[in-house]
Design a protein around this ligand. Structure first.
Ligand SMILES: [Zn+2]
Ligand SMILES: [Zn+2]
Length: 208
């Protein structure tokens, strides 16, 4: 083992909430089949505070997220505990578990071929490889102006134009290949969220 695996083949990643009630699997996961980013936006920080899960955020208030197509994410148990939060009625759909308040991920809507899976829901212990090996190191930091502490030294670069273009073309490819579906979060025929979103009022949002 050299510690550096240049061409890691896509593999299955076990998904699990902290208490183990909600489980699933993300398939074809590798550094080249998704985008790992650290998001420092105020809304992701508010989501962690809503869940009362300080462990979601790094010391600068960042959330470690792996963006991948929803068609490769399956939930296999505990769907009854899946909940949805929107910080406003225009907000993205933020999914979490009611059993132990583990964040699952963020989605923009039923037709967008992207879910941002949150690190807390990934069970790296199950396959014995670190997150850096399975997902690759974070490619960039986003919304770092909202950071609440000193930023980690890596990744050093803000999202470059090259990374943005690559990500956009990858998303387009996922969409073309129908990987927005099936999604565990929205009904296949009606597009309705599988759990009715709780929408925060302005004052609830402001209190977070
Ligand atoms: Zn749980
Ligand atoms: Zn964010």
């Amino acid at each position: 083992m050299t510690g550096i695996e240049v061409a890691r083949l896509p593999s299955d990643l076990a998904l699990r909430c902290e208490c183990g009630h909600v489980r699933g699997v993300a398939s074809e996961v590798s550094p080249s089949t998704g985008y790992r980013v650290l998001c420092y936006c105020k809304d992701c920080q508010a989501f962690a505070r809503f869940l009362e899960r300080a462990d979601v955020l790094d010391t600068a208030g960042g959330t470690d997220i792996f963006q991948m197509p929803p068609g490769r994410v399956k939930l296999t148990a505990g769907m009854d505990a899946m909940r949805c939060l929107r910080l406003s009625n225009r907000g993205i759909y933020r999914w979490y578990t009611d059993c132990c308040r583990t964040p699952i991920g963020n989605t923009a809507g039923p037709r967008v071929p992207l879910i941002g899976l949150i690190h807390c829901f990934m069970d790296h212990e199950a396959d014995g490889h670190s997150r850096d090996v399975v997902l690759g190191p974070p490619l960039c930091r986003i919304y770092e102006r909202s950071a609440v502490g000193p930023l980690p030294s890596t990744p050093t670069a803000p999202p470059s134009f090259r990374v943005s273009v690559r990500r956009a073309s990858k998303m387009f490819g996922w969409w073309m290949r129908g990987l927005a579906r099936p999604t565990p979060f929205f009904d296949d025929s009606t597009n309705a969220p599988c759990s009715a979103p709780r929408v925060l009022t302005r004052s609830e949002r402001a209190a977070l």
